[in-house]
Design a protein around this ligand. Structure first.
Ligand code: GAR
Length: 207
């Protein structure tokens, strides 16, 4: 079975490209049905277009008059994803808090990648937070999306050792390399139906 993916982005889109590469190489049994961005300038939109993937820029400003702007926006995103036959949603550098209105539509089928070893350093600037805290190890996490920001059950993680003299840029680059391995792998577990959530724990079943 091929997993029908929708990818939400806000920027560069290197994780999106890693997902598309893995699909092309046959290590991820999925198809990206649509890429949605909340930013018109997101570089990932162009990269997806070049590969013949459907892209949509959905402008949050178009929902400014709604009473519940965030929910209205998320309902529109959800509708779009459903219209494209998406069954699983991957947040890849999507810098917007997702409301329950959208989470509900893809319960246990929406995942995110975050550049820290959660639950450490959720939210913005995770790499900077790790450096400023003086941790010796950071990394990246793929987790289910739940209502709390970066609080969902962790699917898999990869550690990255912090080196003396590391800057936000150097650490981010080393973490990003690991993200590009980890995200397609986590999605492949999802595609294979191998993820079993038990409370806070995600078990990866044998294939
Ligand atoms: C990645 O490092 C991703 O983990 C991070 O943004 C970057 C997006 O890069 N996401 C978050 O911080 C989410 N809280 P990309 O656009 O090149 O994939």
């Amino acid at each position: 079975m091929t997993l029908a993916l929708g990818v939400l982005i806000s920027g560069r889109g290197s994780n999106l490209v890693a997902i598309l590469d893995a699909i092309q190489q046959g290590t991820l049994n999925a198809a990206v049905k649509v890429v949605v961005s909340n930013k018109a300038t997101a570089g990932g939109l162009e990269l997806a277009k070049q590969r013949g993937i459907q892209t949509v820029f959905l402008d949050p400003k178009a929902f400014a008059k709604e009473i519940n702007q965030r929910e209205a926006y998320d309902l529109a995103v959800g509708k779009l994803l459903q219209e494209h036959g998406v069954e699983c949603v991957a947040l890849a550098g999507y810098m917007r808090i997702v409301t329950p209105a959208l989470i509900r539509l893809f319960l246990s089928k929406m995942v995110n990648i975050h550049p820290s070893l959660l639950p450490a350093f959720p939210g913005l600037d995770a790499q900077r937070q790790a450096l400023e805290h003086g941790t010796k190890v950071s990394g990246c996490s793929v987790h289910f999306v739940t209502e709390g920001v970066d609080e969902g059950q962790i699917i898999c993680q990869k550690a990255v050792v912090i080196q003396e003299g590391d800057t936000v840029e150097s650490l981010s680059a080393r973490i990003l390399e690991q993200e590009h391995q980890l995200y397609p792998q986590a999605l492949q577990f999802m595609a294979q139906g191998r993820l079993k959530v038990e409370g806070r724990t995600v078990r990866i079943l044998q294939s």
